[in-house]
Design a protein around this ligand. Structure first.
Ligand SMILES: Nc1nc2c(ncn2[C@@H]2O[C@H](COP(=O)(O)OP(=O)(O)OP(=O)(O)O)[C@@H](O)[C@H]2O)c(=O)[nH]1
Length: 417
């Protein structure tokens, strides 16, 4: 009997309370052969593999947010016992805040091996369920603070993170620093992954630093960063700092995965800042002018004034928060505690207005589509009937023999057929 099913990602809590021995519940939806058992605020569920002697009424209104995250596949289906034990080990180790398990879990999500990708999916689903449950217990409010940090090379990012990170761990926070490094995608080497950066912080037991993987596309790197955020949060880190060099597309990707986006700018002239894309300034919730010490205080003040006026002219991203420009020195520590106060103020204002939760929701959707786009494009480019045509068509477009539109139509037609 094939039942059109939507498999529910079960909440252990709920299952216990319903006394369902199986982890699998099938929700019968819109079946031709089976009655549609759904009313606006209730779903009828039955345990899979059971003869349906007893139906359970579950009030979606009462249980909202608790129970139903639909997944296409049962989380554990198809795993061997050994694989199951491996995922269990990582999951429990993660929740017990074991760094080695966090590191192993991130390595798993970075893997390109098909079977490992499958295990990573299972692990992520479990972490996600835990995450949702924790948030539900916190009245639906995010428990962690995701901060994106970008700036041109030499802006003082690593010196800042070292100082800032130590300050946060001394105040009782647990911080993880993840790097999204566009250079790692093209050169295989990592600008941000340099082990000599942030020496002190890397020895701090309440801090976890993870360089970006040294291969893959930017899309792939940012996807694993997105997933690493979830794993770090599952591992009990309450502040997640995602660092990127502000020279390409990576900062836009990072701005789309965090609660707050912070731009670090050195007190340098226009020329040095030319690499900074205008659009990225619009994404900033906070701009920090670095190295505001000694002789650099005067230019830092000037740049602060310039950016304060420039930000007034830009379109605001938030209805409740006006981006600010602060001055800091990671050498003297001046302004860094105040900068953290500003960041906390942002978090409070955004939480209270509900914008933070909305921002996170929108980001989920953006990411889903980003990944679909990337995947489809990859599929298109590697399709056997297209692969060889692409350079030919590109040349024809370059020489003017074909218009871009016509070339695109022809390639798409070949792809569809
Ligand atoms: N005077 C002063 N110099 C600083 C400060 N912060 C960083 N620097 C110096 O600026 C230079 C670059 O600092 P980094 O922290 O390596 O900068 P970064 O942005 O991480 O650079 P990349 O790793 O190239 O992206 C180093 O020589 C630092 O010593 C500061 O607060 N004051």
């Amino acid at each position: 009997m094939s039942i059109p099913t939507l498999l529910l990602h079960p909440c252990q809590h709920l299952l216990n309370s319903l006394r369902v021995p199986s982890l699998r519940l099938h929700c019968i939806l819109h079946s031709g052969r089976h009655p549609v058992s759904q009313t606006p605020n209730a779903l009828l569920l039955k345990p899979s593999g059971y003869h349906c002697t007893k139906w359970m009424l579950l009030s979606a209104g009462l249980r909202r947010g608790l129970c139903v995250q639909a997944t296409l596949k049962d989380q554990t289906e198809g795993l061997s016992d050994k694989e199951q034990r491996f995922v269990d080990k990582l999951y429990t180790g993660l929740l017990r805040q074991q760094r080695a398990c966090l590191a192993e879990a991130i390595t798993l999500v970075e893997s390109t091996h098909e079977r490992k990708k499958e295990l990573a999916r299972v692990l992520l689903q479990r972490v996600l369920a835990h995450h949702r449950e924790q948030e539900r217990l916190n009245q639906g409010k995010p428990l962690t603070f995701r901060v994106g940090l970008s700036g041109p090379p030499g802006a003082g990012k690593s010196t800042f993170i070292e100082y800032f990170g130590k300050m946060l761990t001394e105040r009782g926070h647990r911080l993880s620093v993840l790097a999204v490094d566009p250079s790692s995608c093209t050169s295989g080497g990592s600008l941000l992954g340099d082990k000599t950066r942030m020496i002190e912080l890397s020895r701090d037991m309440n801090a976890y630093i993870r360089p970006s993987p040294t291969s893959g596309t930017l899309g792939g790197v940012t996807r694993t960063t997105n997933e690493a955020i979830l794993l770090c949060e599952g591992g009990g880190y309450d502040i997640i700092l995602i660092e990127t060099v502000g020279v390409g597309q990576s900062e836009f990707a990072v701005a789309n995965m965090v609660d707050m986006f912070v731009l670090l700018l050195p007190p340098a002239g226009g020329d040095e800042l030319q690499g900074i894309k205008r659009g990225i300034i619009e994404m900033a919730d906070l701009v920090a002018i670095t190295k505001s010490d000694g002789d650099l205080v005067v230019p830092a003040r000037r740049i602060q004034a310039e950016y304060t006026s420039a930000l007034k002219l830009l379109r605001r991203r938030s209805g409740v928060w006006k981006p600010k420009v602060v001055r800091i020195s990671s050498r003297s520590g001046e302004g860094i505690s105040e900068m953290w106060d500003t960041m906390r103020e942002f978090q409070q204002v955004m939480l209270a207005s509900g914008e933070l939760a909305t921002r996170r929701q929108k980001q989920q959707k953006v990411w889903m589509w980003n990944l679909i786009q990337e995947n489809i494009l990859e599929h298109f480019k590697s399709h056997p009937s297209i692969r060889e045509q692409i350079p030919l068509m590109e040349n024809k477009v370059l020489s003017g023999a074909l218009s871009p539109g016509l070339a695109a139509d022809m390639l798409l037609k070949a792809f569809k057929s």
